[in-house]
Design a protein around this ligand. Structure first.
Ligand SMILES: *[C@@H]1O[C@H](CO)[C@@H](O)[C@H](O)[C@H]1NC(C)=O
Ligand SMILES: *[C@@H]1O[C@H](CO)[C@@H](O)[C@H](O)[C@H]1NC(C)=O
Ligand SMILES: *[C@@H]1O[C@H](CO)[C@@H](O)[C@H](O)[C@H]1NC(C)=O
Length: 705
């Protein structure tokens, strides 16, 4: 029953979701397994006699929707796995001196539940032994034979998780019998949880959207607590659950196929003045052996039934017993389904990431890479119509946008484990207006790019090389020689470009931009001033957090959580001390630029850089552009030659793949160009595959064909 059901439901899913089904096949969900070690990452070996014969690999961890897609939507636009009676755990030793005589609802401890992706916990709180305890009981009394543990212990596990995971939000739903005045406030304070408290005053009163998850993370308001006791909203500032949430009937009454009645305490499910929807799906008396069946297709069916009952709203919380028991995907697949529905209307959240990547460009014709075209509109999304006269006749569809490696896979690795497309002389743009003092001035210098800075960033460029000079009492971007900027070589005041970068960072809270400055500014604090004026200091990644000795950089997701999303390097050593701007050669190695860096088979270091294989620098940059740019040839330069040079430099760097690849006219290519070069690098870096598109979610070794 298990395997057939799985393949049927994948056939029914949307075209975009096929890649997802495929990666599950790779991960070997439902393959026979003698032991956990035989199952891929995110799976464990489990037996569900009612669902399948023998032992098979089933899921054991959630997909993190924030890292897979993004966290820039309101809190109520995401779904969260919820454990029912999270504290009632098998094998918890009795703590009261008498044996416990009550049932359990979970097998993992709360730390494990959180690590595997549970993000909401249902806890029953009671006065007991002069303290607050977690207890199973009836009639509002906790007894020594039904008590599990003092609440402080579970709350401390939650505190540890929040401290270690600065991008995650945890919701606690209390069935609350505590009568002691400020009893809950005291135990939350003692557990160190008040610093994460999301204030009840910021919760929407009338069915509006919640704040954005990215803002909740930025403010560190990452703990939501709901109580079932109305008076506590007033007396202790703990949100009364039924002001904000609707919920279906729990227990056996909530498991009748095709019906989704509301719980007595909740307003009707379709009351849209409450923005959150919770679906319970567990038996009145837990039956461990049957839970794997309950948590599978029946659960997903109930989510559809409750969607209708809730006025066409998908649940935000799905509460289950023994959350890891399933016939394959279980409660994890249920949450992936909900997030897919909530985020992009697809059957699985993985499809949202892929859809987002594909939807990022406007033209939507049929033309595939290298097929003939007469205009951009003839080409598929992500391609444009281009003529590379050095290589082919006529016009063909070629790539125009990078694959977003954070969205396609995840952003939970160090910054130096990813590759970033870099534009050389990003500011030297064809046809850009003249800003020089004399309106009649003519610019007498070459250009290296065609798109504006904003277009470059929107197409996936993530590192910009800018040459900064003193000019007219300000900082300007300029092509020049000998450290002087002239009217006839100046492009524009740096502030204009920096403001474009600021706007991009503000609009894209999951992205990081790196600036590499060839810096001739002598004015004291000249750069600090212009970065401040552009509003960029708030994104500054501090030089003190950069690895000094070849260690890994911080994780990308932590850089996002701290909003430290602008990494700036200067070529002027003294500024690291004087202005806190990182001196590039302390942190990065780089090959020779210009014609000398384009000799096939040869990758030597640039003079200012230590040797490429110096592993005390964690970042590797490969330059691949001519000394004098020739836009007609860049399409050839940016194609196979570039990828060959990346291989050569990989060897020269002591078997390290480049993090930055710097090119001129980045969109000119014979087909895949610099975008394909990036996909190759990210594939190598992230999963050892020859293309990042071949990486399989959650695996460091498997490659799709
Ligand atoms: C939770 O369980 C894991 C695995 O058994 C164990 O290593 C860890 O110490 C437990 N944590 C707590 C707080 O009980
Ligand atoms: C976040 O993802 C959602 C769903 O795919 C999308 O609509 C939204 O535009 C994304 N936001 C950003 C800033 O990327
Ligand atoms: C992120 O992706 C990498 C590469 O595929 C993988 O090794 C890692 O386990 C993933 N991390 C998470 C938290 O999914």
């Amino acid at each position: 029953m298990g395997p057939q059901k799985t393949s049927k439901s994948t056939q029914a899913s949307l075209f975009l979701c096929i890649a997802v089904a495929f990666s599950i096949v790779q991960c070997r969900v439902l393959d026979d397994c003698p032991s956990n070690g035989d199952c891929g990452e995110g799976l464990y070996c489990f037996s569900c006699p009612q669902g399948f014969s023998g032992n098979r690999c089933v899921r054991s961890t959630i997909t993190d929707q924030f890292t897979l897609v993004n966290n820039s939507l309101p809190f109520n636009k995401y779904a969260f796995l919820t454990t029912h009676n999270s504290y009632a755990i098998d094998g918890e030793p009795p703590r009261t001196g008498v044996p416990r005589v009550t049932f359990t609802n979970q097998e993992d401890n709360v730390t494990q539940q959180l690590k595997n992706g549970a993000r909401a916990l249902m806890l029953d709180t009671y006065d007991f032994e002069g303290d607050v305890w977690l207890c199973h009981s009836f009639g509002g009394q906790c007894h020594d034979y039904t008590a599990f543990e003092p609440a402080i212990e579970t709350l401390r596990e939650i505190e540890t998780f929040l401290a270690e995971n600065p991008s995650e939000i945890v919701t606690i739903i209390l069935e609350d019998y505590v009568q002691a005045p400020n009893g809950l406030t005291k135990v939350f304070s003692n557990a160190g949880l008040m610093k994460y408290w999301f204030p009840v005053t910021s919760m929407p009163q009338n069915g509006q959207d919640w704040p954005l998850v990215s803002d909740m993370v930025a403010k560190n308001q990452r703990l939501l607590v709901f109580t079932s006791m109305k008076s506590k909203q007033e007396s202790e500032g703990i949100a009364y659950q039924w002001n904000y949430m609707v919920e279906n009937q729990y227990g056996d009454g909530g498991m009748k196929a095709g019906s989704c009645p509301n719980r007595g305490e909740s307003s009707p499910l379709d009351d849209k003045s409450k923005s959150l929807v919770l679906v319970n799906y567990f038996r009145s008396v837990p039956m461990k052996q049957l839970t794997c069946v309950d948590n599978s297709a029946d659960l997903i069916n109930m989510l559809h039934t409750c969607y209708g009952a809730a006025g066409n709203r998908w649940a935000n919380f799905v509460a289950v017993d023994y959350y890891k028991r399933s016939e394959g995907g279980g409660s994890f697949q249920a949450v992936d389904t909900l997030n897919g529905k909530l985020l992009c209307g697809c059957d699985d959240v993985h499809a949202c990431a892929e859809q987002f990547v594909a939807a990022a460009d406007i033209p939507t014709g049929q033309g595939k890479i290298a097929e003939e075209c007469s205009s951009d509109a003839d080409c598929e999304a992500g391609l444009y119509c281009f003529s590379c006269i050095a290589d082919f006749q006529g016009s063909r569809c070629v790539r125009s946008i990078t694959t977003n490696q954070f969205r396609l896979l995840n952003n939970s690795l160090p910054y130096n484990k990813y590759a970033y497309l870099t534009t050389h002389n990003s500011f030297a743009i064809e046809g850009s207006a003249l800003f020089a003092a004399h309106p009649e001035a003519i610019r007498l210098t070459f250009t290296n790019q065609e798109d504006s800075i904003t277009q470059q960033l929107n197409n996936g460029v993530r590192a910009l090389m800018l040459d900064t000079y003193d000019l007219k009492g300000d900082v300007w971007l300029c092509h020049s020689f000998g450290g002087k900027c002239h009217d006839f070589t100046a492009f524009g005041p740096a502030i204009n470009t920096l403001k474009e970068i600021e706007a991009f960072l503000a609009a894209n809270p999951s992205e990081i931009v790196t600036l590499i400055l060839e810096d001739y500014v002598e004015a004291p604090s000249g750069l600090t001033k212009v970065f401040t004026d552009a509003g960029l200091k708030k994104y500054w990644f501090p030089v003190t957090s950069m690895p000094q000795n070849g260690e890994d950089w911080p994780l990308v997701r932590d850089m996002l959580a701290k909003n430290q999303r602008l990494v700036v390097f200067t070529s002027k050593k003294s500024k690291q001390e004087s202005e806190g701007i990182a001196y590039q050669w302390n942190f990065m190695v780089e090959n020779q630029y210009g014609n000398n860096g384009m000799e096939a088979g040869n990758c030597r270091n640039r003079a200012e850089s230590s040797s490429l294989d110096d592993r005390t620098k964690s970042l590797v940059l490969v330059n691949y552009f001519r000394t004098i740019p020739f836009n007609q040839f860049s399409c050839e330069d940016n194609s196979d030659y570039l990828i060959n040079m990346l291989d050569t430099c990989h060897g020269a760097s002591g078997n390290r793949w480049a993090n930055f690849v710097a090119v001129d006219f980045y969109k000119r290519s014979e087909g895949g160009g610099s975008f394909q070069a990036l996909d190759t690098l990210n594939g190598r870096l992230l999963c050892g595959c020859s293309d990042v598109q071949a990486c399989v979610h959650g695996s460091t070794t498997a490659c799709k064909p």
